[in-house]
Write a protein that binds this ligand. Structure first.
Ligand SMILES: NC(=O)c1ccc[n+]([C@@H]2O[C@H](COP(=O)([O-])OP(=O)(O)OC[C@H]3O[C@@H](n4cnc5c(N)ncnc54)[C@H](O)[C@@H]3O)[C@@H](O)[C@H]2O)c1
Length: 369
């Protein structure tokens, strides 16, 4: 197949591109190569052997050029950040996806599959059970509560509720990124179905592994903990560090991407792509320190991150039924990321840059109790 990967010079796209090339497919990448991922516009991560179309997913000419002669599309390019330029999220993530379908329909392109990258973020706080046994999907945690140091979600009965693994059934996006990703999904699945363009939405959990931008404020714990440990700092942890996450290795995400390309049963479906196991952030920080063989305990910063969810762990039953299961551990993600970092020349300025950026975005806020 001749496959287009938008955002193919990014983290997940480049790994997916390499896997597709290894399977004998032809790969074309459409990427804008812009900062922050590509600092100073320098290409980073292009899969060797792929063709590059330098362009933007919001530009009709670029997209039309990129789609010429293509059989399948991975639509991975996205705007991901904490910035309050809300409209950009919808311009890139939602309108960019609508443009993709517009061109396919307008030019009657014989596209056999479109895979779009959605996100676990679409669940917001995810699924909970109150102590009275009621299932509910919590609203946004208030800044006042977080500033008061109360992090857990309360049920309608006013008691601390239990976080459950979240399946695909109920969506509750609560920030600009999540809403734009859910909109992207709806565009792909509904227009796909209406116009017979087999489409699949992948809701990735936190993806980890080498090649993840050092400069993207959105890329999370693996980058921050590895960078801290690299410079002999304690890994900084927000809230009380007991937040649960299901980190997924990029190799498993690539396997999921390849699987849904090949399986007809995946068409017009959305799938969680998670690690299958819950870790607290503290567990993960300790695991990273072990990999680094450094006696550096996580540091509770006395702060919280504006917009973070408390616990979120995806139920991966649906994708497993299609023949996929995670094969790699978060320990492998850290080991591989560490090796990748150690191979790099310009690591020095990154941590300071990242901290400065988080501060300037007012993302990290103090607990005042
Ligand atoms: N990494 C994660 O943990 C994670 C989790 C859930 C969902 N996702 C989704 O997976 C996809 C890939 O994520 P990633 O981590 O590889 O991101 P990334 O930032 O490493 O890669 C994205 C690529 O898209 C390109 N790009 C951005 N805007 C563009 C535009 N307007 N036109 C053309 N190219 C553009 C960037 O230059 C970059 O190379 C995204 O859609 C993201 O929302 C990622």
């Amino acid at each position: 197949m001749h496959i287009l990967i938008t955002g193919g010079a990014g983290f997940i796209g480049s790994h997916t591109g390499r896997a597709l090339l290894a399977k004998g497919h032809r790969v074309r990448v459409l990427d804008s190569m812009k900062p922050p991922v590509h600092k100073d516009g320098k290409p980073f991560n292009m899969p060797e052997g792929a063709e590059l179309v330098l362009g933007d997913v919001t530009n009709k000419e670029d997209m039309t050029r990129a789609l010429d002669g293509i059989d399948a599309v991975y639509h991975l390019a996205a705007y991901q950040d904490y910035l309050p330029d809300f409209s950009t999220f919808f311009t890139v993530n939602a309108a960019g996806t609508a443009l993709l379908y517009e061109i396919i329909v307008e030019k009657n392109l014989p596209i056999q599959k479109v895979v779009v990258a959605s996100s676990q973020a679409a669940y917001g706080e995810g699924k909970y059970r109150s102590q009275a046994g009621e299932i509910f999907y919590p609203d946004i945690r208030s800044v006042a509560t977080l500033e008061g140091g109360a992090f857990e979600i309360m049920g309608p009965d006013g008691l601390v509720a239990e976080s459950l693994v979240t399946d695909e059934a109920v969506i509750k996006p609560q920030n600009q990124y999540a809403m734009s990703k859910y909109t992207q999904e709806m565009i792909a699945l509904n227009l796909g179905k209406r116009y017979d363009i087999p489409s699949v939405a992948m809701r990735y959990s936190i993806v980890q592994g080498p090649g993840q931008s050092l400069y993207n404020a959105y890329s999370g714990a693996c980058r921050v903990f590895c960078l801290s440990l690299h410079f002999d700092h304690r890994p900084p942890v927000y809230e009380d560090g007991l937040q649960k996450r299901d980190y997924v290795n990029v190799g498993d995400v690539v396997a999921a991407n390849v699987l849904v390309l090949e399986k007809e049963a995946a068409n017009y479906e959305m799938f969680n792509v998670g690690g299958g196991k819950a870790y607290t952030v503290l567990d993960f920080a300790r695991l990273a320190a072990q990999v680094y063989e450094k006696d550096l305990e996580p540091e509770l910063t006395g702060a919280f991150r504006f917009g973070d969810t408390r616990h979120i762990v995806s139920d991966i039953t649906k994708l497993k039924a299609l023949g996929w299961a995670p094969q790699h551990t978060p320990e492998k993600s850290v080991r591989d990321y560490k090796a990748w970092l150690e191979d790099m020349d310009n690591v020095d300025d990154v941590l300071a840059y990242a901290q400065e950026r988080m501060k300037s975005l007012n993302v990290v806020r103090a607990v005042k109790k």
